[in-house]
Design a protein around this ligand. Structure first.
Ligand SMILES: [Zn+2]
Length: 253
């Protein structure tokens, strides 16, 4: 009688342990699933975790100016003049280091353009339309042609004082009007490759995804200062400034 009771007891115990183990496993599975059921892809979570510490949308280095984010009043910041071009004083040293490193690598560079005020951009813009009209175009065609080559006043990143048009001397000698093909020169390739080490990014890359985001065709000469940490992150994750700012807005409201 006693032995039979023990057998039943042991039997029940085994069943109970089995059931508890099973429950535990299934709850584990549920919690695993809840991670993957979340709509954010794992890759994106990983990328967001690596967002540079302290980087915020409102940081001066990340000022976004484009057709969707135009400015209406002139920006104010301390300016410095380098090679007859004005720029934000905060990019003077990084730009000098960038150009010096290029020179050491055998590539002397020309600073083609830097800060442009809205006022100046307006004059360039108007002059271009006037010139097109003088060449026989009507107002609408003249404006259209101008808009295809000159940024609308208020929408140019050059207003920030943080953007530079920089070219290898040989590249600018062949393409004085600044052309995408300047990147056929080793000098321009060097600048594009090493810019992030000095806090700059090639602002308008040539792949279609980037062009869609920036709304601007490939420019192998236009570099934008964003700071070294941001530049590294943007390069590692292949982000335009538009995409990066969007990511920061999503994660760090
Ligand atoms: Zn430019």
């Amino acid at each position: 009688m006693m032995r039979k009771g023990w057998v039943i007891f042991l039997g029940l115990l085994i069943v109970a342990v089995g059931v508890m183990y099973g429950l535990n496993q299934s709850s584990k599975n549920r919690s695993d699933r809840s991670v993957t059921q979340n709509n954010i892809p794992k890759k994106q979570i990983a990328a967001q975790k690596q967002l540079p510490k302290g980087a915020k949308v409102n940081d001066w280095q990340l000022k976004l100016v484009n057709k969707q984010h135009p400015i209406t009043t002139e920006m104010t910041f301390s300016k410095v003049t380098v090679d007859d071009k004005q720029m934000d004083i905060r990019i003077e040293k990084p730009l000098a280091a960038f150009r010096e490193a290029a020179k050491q690598a055998g590539y002397a560079t020309t600073l083609v353009s830097a800060y442009r005020s809205i006022d100046y951009q307006t004059k360039v813009y108007q002059n271009s339309i006037t010139q097109n009209e003088a060449n026989g175009m009507d107002k609408s065609a003249a404006t259209k042609l101008t808009q295809s080559v000159i940024q609308t006043p208020g929408s140019s990143e050059h207003h920030t004082g943080l953007a530079v048009d920089l070219a290898g001397n040989d590249a600018i000698a062949k393409y004085p009007g600044l052309m995408a093909q300047m990147d056929e020169f080793k000098s321009q390739q060097w600048l594009i490759k090493h810019a992030p080490e000095f806090g700059f990014v090639l602002r308008y890359p040539k792949d279609m995804q980037s062009i869609k985001q920036t709304g601007i065709d490939y420019e192998s000469w236009h570099f934008r200062y964003v700071g070294r940490t941001n530049a590294k992150y943007m390069t590692d994750h292949h982000l335009t400034l538009e995409a990066y700012v969007k990511q920061l807005q999503t994660v760090r409201k």
